[in-house]
Ligand binder design. Sequence first.
Ligand code: FES
Length: 485
Amino acid sequence: MQMVVKNGGAFSLNAGESVLSVLKKRNLATFSNCGGHGTCGKCAVRFLKGAPLPLPADRKRFSPSQLREGYRLACLAKPAQDCIVEMAFEKEREFILTSSALPSDALSSQMKSQVLLREDPKQYGKTFVIADLGTTTIVLQLVEAESGRVIDTYRALNPQRQYGSDVISRMEHALSGMDHLLADCVHYLLEGAVEKWLQAGFSPLFVVLAGNTVMDHLLLHMDVSGLSHAPFTPVTTDQVVTDIAMLKCYVMPGISAFVGGDIMAGMLSVREQMQKEQVEKALLIDLGTNGEMALIDKDRTVCTATAAGPAFEGGASANVPGTDMIALVARMLSGGIIDETGLICEEYFHNGVTVDHVCIRQEDVRGLQIAKAAVYAGIHVLLETAGCKVEELERVYLAGGFGYLLDGESAIRIGLLPAQLRGKITAVGNTALSGAYLYGKLLLAQRAEEKTAAIKKQTESINLAEQDAFQACYLQAMSLTEMAE
Ligand code: FES
């Protein structure tokens, strides 16, 4: 059979093969949020000819008139005759945070890449590379070792996204024998970036990489089966040394299956900040696909991760950045368009409500409620485990792009953060990068293992699924209302 993709070419299609798998092979589609299970709606295509019959998932996703126009989910559509399709999914919005609060990191990365072509490596001292290996994005920076000056930045979407946007889908693919593909695609990307700097005449000493435990395992080609089910046992959480473009690459140690090297980096970075600000108790929150958080006290840390899902990274289906969604939902609440249970008023119930040119449907609000309830309940359990009252927290450090874009008042209004944290929220940028830099400095001083071993010793990692208090608080926190601990 033949499939013609409008503005994309003609391809042969085997019987039983999905449209998405052909698009992926041809690099015409690189992402899906659900790993091709028909639940995220990110892979919409429109059949101009030869549309297969709609499946229940199509009926759920598209209106009757859209179905008649030929809209289908590409991951489930398996044409039985020649067809012509048009890609209907929006190009992903891309917001990748590189600002790591390191000195001289004010230029946009694109500008810095252009500057690099004119840079003379001799004007810099020793350098090394830091990398934030995120589930969604990967950022590498070439930094001057002594000053932390950022010489150049390379950023990209994680190519593993073609195997699903969350760690669970990626593990499923790895466990089905595609582990080498998942490892190789990231490896090539890292090598490409580092080689660019080698060719420009720089001689970085090494690479320091901070990633979550699953990302690290996939890169290192380690067995992820222990991470996919209880009791969630990683192969290792120690520092691992591998090679990237013939350079030694130090994969930062983590704490547990849920708390990886990226949070270790975050803790290194935030602890330094706390020292500067003379803060004794603080909360570090990194809201991405996995909402990771740590309650950091002078000599004890309790940390965890909560499955926030895609709501903070592009909305459940409206393709709205999570921070905008929070602000919009806060406004809808104030305007009486939704109630505290998250129900959109009858007038807009079926077709959604359009606010600032964005159509928000009931399912978008539900996605946000689920994510925000998980985060709120996670904070509640951390406080309870640490025996700390919310009033005792002097700061909330919000890591990642979210921190810069989040309107703290809206976050409190919808009950994402406890009301007592009003006025204490500070954005700290990409702490995986700033912590990786600190780790690189420690490596140079031969103190990295000693320092991280000390942090590990005083850190307790908890699995929220095992906490009764989490379940109870989670249900309560689904309500879209200001909440106080
Ligand atoms: S619905 Fe098709 S990839 Fe998610």
